[in-house]
Design a protein around this ligand. Structure first.
Ligand code: PSU
Ligand code: MN
Length: 299
């Protein structure tokens, strides 16, 4: 069986090293892999270990990423640095996509993507450019309202990234199921996502597909409840003069402190849910790819 016909889901490691506290980060990393396998797909957590690009980690490597100080957060511009210096790196959405693609993996599950930050507008995550150029389906819970969501969606439109609402017409905002902003298309089944993906390939369009899945209803935190914490964290980041790669980890941990266990629970719930949806999409894509190959062989 070739690589593309084995259903496989990539998982990121920045959420492990910089997005969640220990030990929940380690438990979550293991749980996401289990959920993917439970839905009939292979799970490959992506990271950089000793300068080597990896898709698939041992238990000891997961523990290392979950506990070690100084694991670098690696976005696209950091890749040559960690490889040349043989460092360990946790991969963001951008670098997980890029490495997944090099390993022939087409589906990736994460929590929230980076985007256009609120305010000045010069802090734009490399995740958005990666979606424009690297052919991977990214399954997420939308983007956190720490970002400027309308500007993030505009940027994706400009760069030709199709945004799918999974079971929704409304772009989800991570802790909240709705943002009030429309998606480009609604899909209700893995098969419908696979149809879009194959159409995109057939058209020769570059880049990925963003599939946004609302957080499970029982874990949702209403926007009115989370918004004061977000506003406070954004203001504190500005006061401290934080820039570039520091901003997102600071906002994530500050919001977690301000909102307590509830936001952590919400975060874990949506990550697991996204792993399940991504695995189902991976199974649908590989079935369709295998079916197409068979038809070609018959002709
Ligand atoms: N948003 C979240 N949780 C996360 C991240 C974003 O709700 O863990 C991480 C992802 O790895 C994402 C990265 O790719 O932060 C974006 O960082 P930056 O804004 O520096 O590009
Ligand atoms: Mn940023």
């Amino acid at each position: 069986m070739n690589r593309t016909s084995t259903p496989t889901v990539a998982l990121e490691s920045t959420v492990i090293s910089h997005g969640l506290p220990y030990p929940q980060n380690l438990e979550l990393a293991r749980a996401m892999e289990e959920i993917v396998r439970g839905h009939g797909a292979e799970a490959r957590t992506v990271a950089i270990i000793g300068g080597e690009l990896r898709a698939g980690l041992s238990e000891a490597e997961l523990l290392h990423l979950a506990t070690a100080e100084g694991v670098r957060k690696v976005s696209r511009r950091d890749l040559p640095i960690v490889v040349a210096r043989k460092l360990d790196g946790a991969t963001t959405v951008a670098t997980t996509m890029w490495i997944a693609s090099r390993f022939g993996i087409q589906v990736f599950a994460t929590g929230g993507i980076g985007g256009v930050h609120r305010g000045a507008g010069d802090d734009i995550s490399a995740d958005l450019q990666e979606l424009a150029q690297t052919p991977v389906i990214v399954v997420c819970a939308g983007a956190k309202a720490i970002l400027d969501l309308p500007a993030t969606l505009e940027y994706l439109e400009t760069h030709g990234v199709t945004v799918v609402g999974y079971g929704t017409d409304d772009f989800p905002a991570f802790y909240s199921r709705t943002s009030g902003l429309p998606v480009d298309v609604r899909c209700d089944t893995p098969q419908e996502v696979s149809d879009l993906w194959l159409a995109k390939q057939a058209l020769g369009l570059p880049g990925g597909l963003l599939v946004a899945v609302p957080i499970p209803a029982e874990a949702e935190i209403p926007a009115a409840e989370i918004e004061p914490a977000i506003a406070q964290a954004v203001a504190e980041a500005a006061e401290r003069g934080l820039r570039s790669a520091e901003v997102t980890p600071f906002l994530l941990s500050r919001i977690a402190e301000l909102t307590g266990a509830r936001s952590l629970e919400a975060n874990l719930a949506l990550l697991k849910n996204n792993a399940a949806v991504a695995a189902q999409i991976a199974v649908a894509v590989s079935r369709q790819v295998a079916g197409a190959a068979e038809r070609t062989a018959v002709v």
